[in-house]
Ligand binder design. Sequence first.
Ligand SMILES: *[C@@H]1O[C@H](CO)[C@@H](O)[C@H](O)[C@H]1NC(C)=O
Ligand SMILES: *[C@@H]1O[C@H](CO)[C@@H](O)[C@H](O)[C@H]1NC(C)=O
Ligand SMILES: *[C@@H]1O[C@H](CO)[C@@H](O)[C@H](O)[C@H]1NC(C)=O
Length: 461
Amino acid sequence: MLQNINKGMRLGSINGLRFKQLKLVILAFFILFLLWKWEKGTYYDSGILQPDPLVLTNPANSKFVDQHTSSEEDFPNADPLPQSVVKVEKQVTGAPRPLTMVGYSVDVADEKELPPPEKKECNYRNGKWVSDNRKPLYSGFGCKQWLSESWSCRLTQRTDFAYEKFRWQPEACEMPEFEASQFLRRMQDKTIAYVGDSLGRQMFQSMMCMVTGGKQRPDVEDVGAEYGFVLALGAKRPDGWAYRFPSTNTTILYHWSSTLCDLEPLNPSDHATSYAMHLDRPPAFLKNNLHRFHVLILNTGHHWNRGKLRANKWEMYLGGAPNNNWNIAVIWKAKNFTIHSVIKWLDAQLPHHPQLKVFYRSISPRHFFNGDWNTGGRCDNTNPLAKGSGIRLNHSEDTDAEGAVRGTRIRLLDVTALSRLRDEGHISRYSIMATPGVQDCLHWCLPGVPDTWNEILAAQL
Ligand SMILES: *[C@@H]1O[C@H](CO)[C@@H](O)[C@H](O)[C@H]1NC(C)=O
Ligand SMILES: *[C@@H]1O[C@H](CO)[C@@H](O)[C@H](O)[C@H]1NC(C)=O
Ligand SMILES: *[C@@H]1O[C@H](CO)[C@@H](O)[C@H](O)[C@H]1NC(C)=O
């Protein structure tokens, strides 16, 4: 009898557990269903509605794999770039480059190799991270109007936030403190445009949060339509965002162009068309809007891999025809070629746009340790600056970018080495949308490292 009661209780509690699990499963299915509906878009019906002409001329739309399938932003496929950089470095220096580039950091105090830096123009590449209790410049809880939820690590399970409390101290000059209202006054009647991949979008969101202090700003106007940023048919999101601060008539915008190439559908009437990815043509968006910009920040890098090109049905074109130049077909050479092309084109445009300052932001480092993004690579160190806090280099770690801007009026925002020291600042295992076990060691927590990129930018405006 007693045994029976026990048994009954056990069964009851097991059933209770099952019921709880069942509820969770149902809830999960419901959320998945909502996401699926949302991704499909409500108006998607290409058979009835005419495709938006914008989609055809400027097809950098969200249906591309670059804008990711399941998470807010994209994971890279296997990234051949760092390896290629290593190869080039090897050829140049004869010495192998450490696989984890953090090893390149030096303690500034001990480093005697370089002559004292010149005084006249600040070199922001070299310096050190110092802890600063006045950071961050905004709260990850507060900046909901501009900041993607999946990038705001305060909204995740993460419990360590030491990474928010650092500033970059350049070696040879003071970094001016970023002051939002003063910055806006300097940017009176100006337009700041970020064009690039999801890391460019992070920098854009960071700037929006910095300028607003992470506060709600109902007065800020959404002027996306002025730039053609409308939700295209079948798209998950527009291919850009633009906001205007009415008090100073300052516009800050972001346009998604992950490879800085012009994309052209090969068969505009076919919804599943492949695209010509013109390595030698700047994105149409740049061509069409350059005259409206005062500050332009470009970046590319992590999308240059075969998997991504194939998934997006992008085919490399050169001189208006499929590329058969084997010297360029290698993907890291295609990337280098494109960076050089777009910068050369911009440099040639500058005389016609005297109002314009152009920056190319060097590549943002990835920090997958003990594997790559799809083989269990991790970046869950929570101890800031464990491998050094300072950088002193006489060259950029992004050799493609450095080579491309050399001899031009385009300025390099050289954030690669300083960001390399911040492996603890990624979204890591707190990625709320990624597959379990997959860490995001590419994108950064915000507030975080991209704020520093913007401070370095603002210091030069
Ligand atoms: C706002 O700034 C733009 C330049 O970015 C200028 O063309 C426009 O006239 C300005 N608007 C006003 C109302 O001053
Ligand atoms: C990158 O491209 C430029 C211009 O096409 C070229 O001069 C340079 O040698 C290339 N760099 C590498 C590492 O291939
Ligand atoms: C950097 O310094 C090393 C030796 O210290 C030298 O071999 C190299 O040419 C320098 N590179 C540049 C770009 O000045």
